[in-house]
Design a binder for this molecule. Structure first.
Ligand code: ADP
Ligand code: MG
Length: 682
């Protein structure tokens, strides 16, 4: 039996009543299997004795055997309160039963008479020069020795669930794990010096030492990573098994486009185009992740790829995460590709029925070479005559699952996923582990790194003055805010109010625009066009300008309440400037009462413009978060593994999975990816 088969409902577990069932449910625990994979958030090591006097005073732990030396009574707000004076070999400590009524006090006095020996563990505090037991657990000496000599797991709790109750329940079901089969071949496990599944579960929930608990966790983490890597490797194999005839694609159109450009391709662009071309001509579909920092020129690579297909009479779909970006790509395509005779179409959810039907017809008939749009391109009623190539821009805004939807339609196009949020290698290998990766590192010539300044709220006048100078030079600026409109709840600047202030007070006489997600698509389009043309000089915005927007004349990016933005978002925002040949500036205005973590994050922004480093830092500081949208896809929702900490473990899990599948591709059918969250979408 496998762990996933332990779907035994909680009602059948001893000690679980309706209330406990509800509390467990709110922790996401619905079965015995879920109980077994409920990870302790910490451990309390009671394997060692710590007498009172040895406990670090203020919050320090003790674990000792003491006897009740005598009772003392005192009054707290008129309430008679019992105090036990305890003594162990090291000295004295006091233990008070606060807030009990008369009857309870009498009850405890009787239950803990002078002379009684107690096993007791807890933490101490010093008050009025005396050691006080604060949080404690005690039993008559010898009544429950395990409780005072073991390493105890500390679980996340919910509702009225007590730590003690949950320990008891899990300890009881741990026995049920005894006959579980392990998906990891013994040889792999032994090479890694890890425990088999049943032993690993026991080690995590009832460890004899902290070392054993850690070994258990690592064993279970490896299992999760291994199952994920098996799934990833299987997906890659399936793709490579979808064999098609090799085919030569002529680069004639590509070359024509390159010759007409006012600049030369960077070395990395040339390399990526080459890698893509090799994929396209290969005998199995391409799945390539193109990573390149903002402004590195990914769009052009997508166009160059598409032209290979156009030349061969096949179709391309380019998808962007927002209407705004899709429009921008469409405009660029019109400028660069239409002169080459390429037939273009735009497609989005905003397309009215009247415009939609002819577009769909044209796609079906093959009268369109390249269609550019939003995820509406995935709609059921959209069909292609011969879809050869799919480009997905800014992958992190898409669920990973989306790229699989095409395959459900029975299509096996070549797929290029482009990401400007650099995906740290650890994530790339797990979530996108079945894809080949191309990286653009070299930026187009003449680009100067953006100068970044942190400014304390209250000093933003200086920033405004600096921007005024840039505007006088004919340059443009973005001002970004965390909110669209005024919020009663929070004392934050918002785009709408600041739009008025910027226009009326700060930059009178200069055209200030406003853009945010609540505006209609057409309005957004017009505003961006006006900003692009330089008619609007200052743009007050929310993070809608985050992804991909390209206006080379903009040299200033001011983000107010910068502490409210993630690092990845800040990096994207900063990438909106520095796209032309002038020196550009980013100003991150932060509020004085921000957390240490926010401070650290902003410092990273100042120190580096390397998107990969920023992504790594973000991962370290915040965990995977929304960095790539992979969390929603459930891909990194591990119970025991944690990235980037477990990177080494993941690399060996990956190597093991690849080795196994290479030897025997039929091995290990996918049904055993059973831990919650683990197992990639089909
Ligand atoms: P991103 O990688 O962020 O999507 P874009 O594709 O939007 O970047 O490119 C940013 C800008 O750089 C565009 O204006 C594009 O025309 C320009 N560009 C692309 N490649 C080069 C190059 N080799 N030399 C100079 N400019 C380039
Ligand atoms: Mg882009």
């Amino acid at each position: 039996m496998y762990l996933c088969d332990l779907r035994v409902p909680l009602r059948r577990v001893k000690g679980v009543g309706p209330q406990t069932e509800k509390d467990l449910g709110s922790l996401g625990i619905h079965s015995v299997g879920d109980l077994l994979t409920h990870r302790p958030r910490d451990y309390e090591d009671r394997s060692k004795r710590i007498p009172f006097a040895a406990a670090p005073q203020n919050g320090g732990r003790f674990n000792t055997t003491a006897f009740v030396e005598c009772h003392d009574f005192f009054y707290v707000r008129g309430m008679k309160t019992l105090k036990l004076i305890l003594r162990d070999e090291s000295g004295q400590a006091e233990l008070s039963f606060f807030g009990r009524n008369e009857r309870a006090t009498a009850h405890y006095a009787k239950k803990y008479p002078p002379g009684l020996r107690l096993d007791i563990a807890g933490t101490v505090a010093v008050s009025f020069g005396k050691l006080q037991c604060v949080k404690f657990e005690m039993e008559e000496a010898g009544a429950n020795p395990e409780l005072f000599s073991a390493v105890l797991p500390i679980y996340p709790l919910a509702g009225g669930l007590a730590q003690k109750t949950l320990r008891k329940i899990i300890r009881a079901v741990c026995g049920e794990g005894g006959h579980l089969e392990d998906e990891i071949p013994a040889a792999v496990r032994e090479a890694e010096k890890l425990l088999p599944l049943p032993a690993a579960l026991k080690a995590v929930h009832t460890p004899a030492s902290l070392g054993e608990a850690d070994l258990g966790r690592r064993s279970l983490a490896f299992r999760e990573l291994f199952l994920l890597q098996m799934e990833v490797a299987r997906r890659a194999l399936r793709r490579k098994a979808a064999v098609r005839p090799e085919r030569a694609y002529s680069p004639a159109l590509q070359e024509k486009l390159v010759q007409g450009l006012p600049f030369r391709l960077t070395r990395d662009q040339v390399k990526c185009v080459g890698e893509m071309r090799a994929d396209i001509q290969a005998d199995h579909p391409m799945a390539r992740l193109l990573q390149g920092d903002v402004g590195s020129g990914k769009t052009l690579i997508a166009f160059l790829g598409a032209l290979l297909f156009t030349q061969a009479g096949r179709q391309t779909a380019i998808m962007a995460p927002t209407e705004l970006l899709a429009r921008q790509h469409a405009d660029n395509a019109a400028r660069l590709l239409e002169p080459l005779g390429v037939r273009l179409a735009f497609f989005s959810g905003a397309l009215s029925g009247r415009a939609r039907r002819p577009a769909i017809e044209a796609l079906r008939a093959g009268d369109i070479d390249i269609v550019i749009g939003t995820h509406a391109l995935f709609s059921e009623d959209v069909e292609f005559r011969d879809l050869g190539f799919v480009v997905i821009d800014e992958q992190h805004r898409f669920g990973v699952a989306q790229r699989n939807r095409l395959f459900v339609k029975g299509l096996h196009p070549d797929v290029l996923v482009m990401s400007a949020t650099p995906i740290p290698q650890t994530l790339a290998l797990s979530a996108f582990g079945d894809m080949d990766v191309s990286v653009i590192k070299t930026m187009p010539e003449g680009r100067k790194p953006v100068e970044t300044h942190l400014a304390l709220e209250g000093k933003e006048q200086k920033v405004y003055d600096f921007v005024r100078g840039e505007l006088a030079r004919g340059n443009q600026a973005y001002f970004v805010y965390p909110l669209i409109g005024e919020s009663e709840a929070r004392d934050l600047k918002d785009a709408q109010s600041m739009h008025r202030r910027l226009q009326d007070d700060i930059y009178p006489g200069i055209q200030v625009g406003l853009i945010h997600s609540r505006l209609g698509e057409e309005e957004k389009r017009n505003i961006m066009a006006a900003f692009s043309a330089g008619e609007i000089r200052v743009l007050a915005a929310t993070s809608v300008v985050e992804v991909g927007v390209d206006v080379p004349g903009a040299t200033c990016m001011v983000v107010e309440h910068a502490e409210r933005f993630g690092l990845a978002a800040l990096h994207q925002l900063r990438g909106r400037v520095g796209r032309g040949n002038c020196q550009s500036y980013a100003f991150l205005v932060y509020s004085p009462d921000y957390t240490e973590l926010a401070k650290k994050r902003l410092r990273v922004m100042k120190e580096t413009t390397d998107g990969f480093r920023i992504a790594e830092e973000d991962l370290l500081l915040r965990g995977p978060g929304d960095l790539t949208g992979v969390r929603q896809a459930g891909l990194l929702d591990f119970r025991f593994a944690a990235l980037p900490g477990d990177t080494r473990l993941m690399l060996s899990a990956r190597a093991a999975a690849n080795a196994i599948l290479e030897q025997d591709p039929g091995l290990l059918a996918p049904q055993h990816s059973c831990l919650r969250g683990v197992g990639a979408p089909a």
